[in-house]
Design a protein around this ligand. Structure first.
Ligand code: CP
Length: 315
């Protein structure tokens, strides 16, 4: 945790939401909301990172996170370098740390990093020079902090700031989900008292990830009266791994359709981090329906990522 803040408590890197104070999270949400709502506030930041180079260093695929960081950095006036792992010298065996150090040596000050290995972004942060900032764009199963923040912003826009009054349900493959872990850290920090988790036992974590949550394997029971339903992507390889019986069975038991959604509060909202498996964990009529906030999440991603880049690089 201390690795990501200076002695004065300001963010140097953003690696995880675990242990990040509620005041810091709320400050980032306030700033993102301002940037989202006010073209003038956003415009005022144009040029803030002029002369600063930011690299999106992704060792795993991405559509939303990478694109929105590129847009965010561009809107702040940064020079944006998009590292393409597939055509890079990592294919010749160069390590992630050597790759990072070489790009840093070119004068790049900001790195947005995604890696399949837990802790990989923190390891690069340990190797960084003073003044270089790293933002975790998803590492292994551990953390996806900017997704957690944009999810909280989306909830706050729909439900207001009294997080403590909300009942929030997270559904699906929580065991393998970095999104779920970052959401759980943020929900707890913001004071949500009723957090529910639901999925087949084989896809629920066997560590303390769900401490303090109400855990269900019956989706219909879990949905009763909740204000927010956070659906997770089913990674289809879980079937090959024997963790689920069949895709059809998963859809029957854990797929969110219109009928099932009626069990939640009448004004409940539905979130999904993407990419969605339509017809598996979520039906078209819900994904594209009036309670869906899925594209709102994506829109909020740009503002949240501007706020993060401002916080870690804007001094
Ligand atoms: N939500 C999310 O991380 O999506 P991408 O993998 O497309 O970035």
């Amino acid at each position: 945790m201390n690795q990501q803040t200076d002695d004065d408590g300001r963010l140097r890197h953003l690696l995880t939401l675990d242990g990040l104070p509620a005041a810091t999270i709320r400050g980032l949400l306030d700033r993102a909301q301002q940037l989202h709502a006010s073209p003038a506030a956003s415009h005022a930041l144009r040029g803030m990172l002029a002369g600063t180079a930011v690299c999106t260093l992704f060792f795993e695929p991405s559509t939303r996170t990478r694109s929105s960081f590129q847009l965010a950095a561009t809107r702040l006036g940064a020079d944006v370098l998009n590292f393409d792992a597939a055509t890079s010298s990592t294919s010749k065996g160069e390590t992630a740390v050597d790759t990072f150090r070489n790009i840093e040596a070119m004068g790049v000050r900001g790195f947005v990093v995604r890696d399949r290995i837990d802790g990989a972004v923190a390891a690069l942060a340990s190797a960084a020079r003073p003044g270089t900032a790293l933002v975790n764009a998803g590492d292994g199963r551990s953390a996806h902090p900017t997704q957690g923040l944009l999810d909280m912003l989306t909830i706050r826009q729909a439900k207001g700031d009294r997080f403590e009054d909300l009942a929030v349900l997270i559904v699906g493959d929580i065991r393998h989900s970095r999104v779920a872990r970052s959401d759980l850290h943020a929900l707890r920090a913001l004071g949500v008292r009723r957090i529910r988790a639901c999925g087949p036992g084989s896809l629920l974590p066997d560590d303390d990830t769900l401490q303090g949550c109400e855990v269900f394997d019956d989706f219909d029971a879990a949905l009763e009266g909740v204000d927010v339903v956070m659906m997770l992507r089913l990674q289809r390889e879980r079937m090959q791994e024997g963790l689920i019986e069949s895709i059809d069975g998963y859809h029957r038991d854990y797929g969110l359709g219109v009928e099932r959604l009626r069990r939640a509060a009448a004004d409940a909202i539905v979130l999904h981090p993407g990419p969605m498996n339509r017809g598996v964990e979520i039906d078209d009529a819900v994904a594209d329906g009036p309670q869906s906030r899925i594209l709102q999440q994506v829109a909020n991603g740009v503002a949240v990522r501007m706020a993060i880049l401002e916080a870690v690089l804007g001094r």
